[in-house]
Design a protein around this ligand. Structure first.
Ligand SMILES: [Zn+2]
Length: 202
């Protein structure tokens, strides 16, 4: 996951059949779920631990959003408040339009190198638009600073990348919303090729 992607790899990815991409996105969601909720899903809206899994379409591993975009976003429905949510709901990545596998790889890179890739590399190597690159740097920069202020990164994890990812996922609710809003200021919607990782509010 921590590999630095070359332009050739990005092009190959774009040409890759969408099933493989969607499977990778679903797998990334499951990984994030395990890190955020080691004891099983918990509703970010009301705290209820009982939930139904609204799995993506069984045939293709994908669902269609309102706009018809294929998505592998794993969605749960709370048995208490009946609202839907995913592993990203109420985190700094709530509503993100950047693929979850990309975020995971970016966090791993940051943990392993002690810094984010420079903007130019984010565009050429990671296939992000200039705006997406600025957004990534603002969001992860602000969230990392927030973690340092609140006592740093601690806990159990397989490696540094996982530790940072778990710490970032622990930023929830109003604290996460403030960081998101600060990072999207002046940023227009992000562009990328391929199926969208997370288009919903859940
Ligand atoms: Zn709930």
């Amino acid at each position: 996951m921590s590999r630095c992607r070359t332009r050739a790899a990005s092009v190959a990815d774009a040409a890759h059949d969408s099933h493989g991409r969607l499977a990778a996105v679903a797998e990334a969601y499951a990984y994030v779920e395990a890190l955020r909720w080691p004891d099983g899903p918990r509703c970010p809206h009301c705290g209820n631990a009982r939930a139904y899994f609204l799995r993506p379409g069984a045939e293709s591993g994908a669902r269609r959003t309102r706009t018809g975009t294929a998505t592998a976003r794993r969605v749960w429905k709370c048995a208490g408040c009946r609202r839907q949510y995913s592993a990203l709901t109420a985190t700094i990545w709530h509503g993100t339009r950047i693929h979850v596998p990309t975020w995971i790889a970016l966090v791993r890179h940051t943990a392993n190198h002690g810094e984010l890739p420079p903007p130019g590399q984010l565009q050429r190597g990671w296939g992000l638009s200039a705006e997406a690159a600025r957004h990534v740097r603002r969001l992860l920069g602000a969230a990392s600073a927030d973690l340092l202020r609140s006592g740093g990164v601690g806990g159990r994890a397989q490696d540094r990348g996982e530790l940072l990812l778990a710490a970032l996922l622990s930023i929830e609710g109003g604290r996460a919303a403030r960081l998101r809003h600060a990072a999207v200021r002046r940023a227009r919607p992000l562009r990328q090729r391929g199926p969208v990782a997370d288009y919903g509010d859940a």
